[in-house]
Design a protein around this ligand. Structure first.
Ligand code: BGC
Length: 260
């Protein structure tokens, strides 16, 4: 089976680092024209664009804070000008927020996580779906997490946002299905990126994390990019409304312990 995204107009949010950068490069390698969204570190977005162009692909950097409706609308207008519309949205932008039990959490910081991870995904999906429903084709892929399902002490905003994004996915899928538009979630497990560098760069915390992953290792961002490429392609034409877990079996075996 060959997967081609030739000519597909794609927007990946938070595409200047981590999973987003790999997904942007992966989709471009499959032939897509990619909008590389960023809000901080423009030089990192430029590097992703340069890497895609060097490989013979097409990409453009697009600045916007996904939590701000006005900036999201302006980004989609810029995408319309660059590519003439959108066929695939990957809602990847996200933060996990400061670690704190709820009773010590700062309400403003808590709400900011919800604004980026959940409201931001909604605002981008809203703009994308307006265009996709009108053209009766398109795919929205929401990056959730194993924490859409597994609790995570210290990160109540993140888990609440990801669980919310999971149900947002299902409802948008139901709304958009009659128009031939698919909406899906992809839930990565522990993937080696900057968001969790503090965990994997410390041998003791890494060892503890690995006891929770039956496959016995963290995932690589490229492994998520390959699943994303399949999910947004026509090869996945009968998948909508569901979450696909790419987590080394972390979700279904929460009490797993290697050698235990
Ligand atoms: C978090 C990572 C964490 C992983 C598994 C992800 O959603 O962003 O920091 O390692 O879940 O707990």
């Amino acid at each position: 089976m060959e997967i081609s995204l030739k000519g597909k107009r794609v927007l990946v949010t938070g595409a200047n680092s981590g999973i987003g950068a790999s997904v942007a490069a992966g989709l471009a390698a499959a032939g897509a024209r990619v909008g590389v969204n960023y809000v901080v570190h423009p030089e990192a977005a430029d590097a992703v664009v340069a890497r895609i162009r060097q490989a013979g692909g097409e990409a453009v950097a697009l600045e916007a804070d996904v939590a701000e409706a006005g900036q999201v609308a302006a980004m989609f207008a810029a995408l319309d000008r660059a590519f003439g519309g959108i066929d695939v949205l990957v809602n990847n932008a996200g933060v996990d927020g400061p670690r704190a039990p709820a009773w010590e959490a700062d309400p403003a910081a808590w709400e900011r996580v919800l604004r980026i991870d959940l409201v931001g995904a909604f605002l981008c999906a809203r703009e994308a779906l307006r265009r996709m429903v009108a053209q009766r084709a398109g795919v929205v892929l929401n990056l959730t997490s194993v924490h859409e399902k597994i609790a995570w002490s210290g990160y109540s905003a993140y888990t609440a946002a990801k669980a919310g994004l999971s149900m947002l996915t299902k409802t948008l899928a139901q709304e958009a299905a009659p128009f031939g538009v698919r909406v899906l979630a992809l839930a990565p497990g522990a993937i080696k990126t900057d968001i969790n560098r503090a965990v994997w760069s410390d041998p003791a915390s890494l060892a503890d994390l690995l006891t929770k992953i039956p496959l016995g290792r963290m995932g690589e961002a490229d492994e998520i990019a390959r699943v994303a490429t399949f999910l947004v392609s026509d090869a996945a034409s009968y998948l909508t409304g569901s979450t696909v877990y790419a987590d080394g079996a972390m979700t279904d075996y929460p009490d797993f312990a290697h050698g235990g």
